[in-house]
Every structure is written in structure tokens, then in C-alpha cells.
Design a protein around this ligand. Sequence first.
Ligand SMILES: [Zn+2]
Length: 490
Amino acid sequence: MASKKAFDLLIKNVRLVRPNAAMVEQGDIAISDGRIAKVAPEIPAASAKTFYDGKGQLAFPGLVDPHMHTGIYSPLAEDALTESRAAAQGGVTSSLNYMRTGGYYLNKGGSYKKFFPEVLDISAGRFHVDYAYHLAPMDKRHIREIPNLINDFGVTSFKIFMFYGGHGLHGRSSNQHEFLMIGEDEKYDIAHFEFVMRGIRKAMGKYPDKADALSLSLHCETAEIMSAYTKIVEEEGKLKGLHAYSAGRPPHSEGLAIFIASYLANETDLPNINLLHLTSRKAVIAALQMAAVFPHIDFRREVTIGHLMLDTDSKAAALAKVNPPIRPREDVDFLWEQLVAGNLDWVCSDHACCKHEMKIDHKKPGNIWLAKSGFGGTEYLLPALITEGRKRGLSFNQMAKLTSYTAARRFGLPSKGDIAEGLDADIVLVDPNDTWTVRAADSESQQGYTPFEGLEMTARVKTTFLRGQRIYDNGEVLGKPVGKYLHRPY
Ligand SMILES: [Zn+2]
């Protein structure tokens, strides 16, 4: 009689990329009940019910993409299905999405008590990867709801869009109340940001066991600077395309917002601050200066794969419009330097699927001001980071840290982000010697184009395991959506 097999699945013959290790090591991974049961140099094949030959490929922890916008431009029910397929294709196993009331998304206002269950209902059974939501308190009522969001819904991270009070999502705007769907007596301004911070701080006192997992993310741009510069650049009409958009939202608008955000975090004694998508030398320097001035604040500094791969000369032109803007090459090189130096904490996609027919103005396709902001890219996050990162001296271990570990720890996901016993068996196998060219047609995303079109990649995601289940293999998304909602801390 056969003895009882100890493990459900054994992934054999991989090179383990642990985020906190100094090097890549040969090994096997045994999985039981969706969790990693054992990691060792050699585990006998006979000890598992099934085994998978890793063929010497790299095994990264499943990616935690901490900044996505599922459901922003297409109905959430559609976007969840297709964009989480793109995530699985990219080796992403945890998709963390920024969500809010107001224009786009569900296109409605109201309390999160009403709004968020609807989001969760639509999401259930539609994600191919595990998912969670960050929420943005848009008015006073939402601030009062913070403790309930934490306790009842497992939402541990919140967001402020610093420029929304005085500048539209795609350009200048004077109708912010209509866009934000907040009451006439409400203001989405610096005072509101302060009160959001006080609200989170108070919740930390109420739930001390969850305090470490609670944080606030900020999109740092200054509405007044952007509005003034956008007007100047539009009226002068000398700059075009991405150059014009970058000049209209200049880097010091980011730097100033970072100073304001940090000052308020100190004033309100809020220790966990995530500075989202830093794009420029000025933004990164401002963020590092604030970390030196306020050493008791635990800052995280984020960068997107778009800002690392594209510059203002990109052929993608208006298709690469995003907030904050794609910057000139000097800024891109500076971001890489800071990433390699360990001054940036994670790389995200800021995936916001914006289909071509919506992205570009049809009468004036070249007009950057009329294009919509944002694009997808979660499926290229890891291949692009490997391709460009290894040219710049980033180790595989650093890449694992930047794409899973750090964000998992910050956002209340201690069972994600590493290949270690007891953690969820989220694993992505990567062939680091497979050269291919990005073609939007090959993507699982429904976007239909990509600003990364034509870029050559030198690594490819081959297989993605979510909690021990193969959800992507050899160019195919497998099975029905099995992603779970991550009620945090998870
Ligand atoms: Zn975003």
C-alpha cells in the first residue's frame, strides 16, 4: 500500500528568488492546502501527490501589484475579469486597487457603507487573482466611516488625491464638485486632507493591533501649480505631446505636494505614509528630504513601471498620458539610480485600463490635453523590471522585494510576498532568457494598445500559481476566476 503523501504539490527544480536573500538558490517548493509547506534544496518527488517540473526557471514570490485601478473606465464587472487575467499573465497574484466614490468607477457618491458592499458584490467571483481595495475618503462622512471600513470590511489603506480639489482628472476643470460628487458644503482641500489623517490616526488608537497595517497613500501633485502651468503651456503652444503634458504638471508641483503631505502627517502624528508614483528627480529628492526631517514617519516611496520604461520622447505619445506625467530621460535615469540605491520601496503598474476609443480624442488624436489619463501594464511589470533592471545592476532578490515583499508588508498582507513556509503558495516562474517583443495583441488586457508596444523584453513569465493552483501557464490563463477578497490584515 502506498504511504500517505505528505504534500499536495511539489514544484521541483527552480531557482528561488527570496526577497531578503543575498542570492538566488536552487530548490524545491512543497505545497499543501494552498500554503507553502516546505522549501528545501531537494524534496523527494514521492512525497507529493503531484509534481511540477520548474526546469531550472526563476521562482519569484507572486507579485503584489499595490496600485491598480480596476473598473475605472470600464464597468467593474468587465474590468475585473479581463484585467485580472492580465495580472495573472504578468505573475501578479495580489491586485490592490484604488477605489473611490464620484465620477468614473461606479459613477456615484454616497456613503461607503452603501457603496463598498456593491463593489465587493460585483468583484466576487470575477478576479483571477486575489484582490483588495484601498479607499479614498472624499467627504466628512467618509472620514467618520474609517473605523467601520477597517473593522467590518478589512480595508486598511486609504488615499488622498491631492490635486482633485482644483484640477480635473484629465486637465483643467472648474467643476470639481460634480466630478467628486460631494456636497456643496464640502471642500476637497488641504484641511480635508488633514482631517483624513486625523481620522486614520484615531482609528489606529481604536485598533492598536491593526495599527501597523494601517496607512495613507497620497497622489502628490499641487492643483494650483498644475492649473497655472497647464494654462501657460497650452497658450504658448510651443511644446507638444508628452513634453507639453510634463511641463504643464511640472516636477515642483510634486515636490511641493510631498512637503505639504509630510508636514501634515507630522502635525497629525500619522506614522505610515505612502508617497505614490514619484516620477522625477525633484519628487524623489523632496521625499528623501522629508524622510530626513521627520524620521519618526515611516514613509514608503513608490515608482511605476511606466515611469521607469517611458520618457517624453516615447513613440506612444498621447497613449502614454498619465498622472503624474511621463518625464524626460534625465528624470527616468534618476529614478533608476534611486531604485538601485534602495531609496524607492516598490514598483507598481498603476494599471488603469483605458481603451483606445476612450483614450484619444477622435477629431484631434494628437492633442495631449484632450486624451484621457492612465493606461494598463500589470502584465509587463515583472518582465520589464527584469529586462531593464539587470542592465542597471538590480539583483533578482531586490526585484522580488520591489514587486512583492515590501508592499505586502505595508498593506497588511503578511502571508504574501515571500517564498517561505506557512505563507500562501503564490509563486511565479520566470524564464530569464526568453526574448520577446511587446505586442498589445498578445495581452489578456482588453485595452487594445499599450504604450510599451515594440519594447524588447528579455524575460518572460511562464507560470503563475495562486495559493498552489496554476492560474496561468505557457501563454494561457487557466480555469475560472478563483481570486479571493483579501480582508486585511490578511
Ligand atoms: Zn493610480
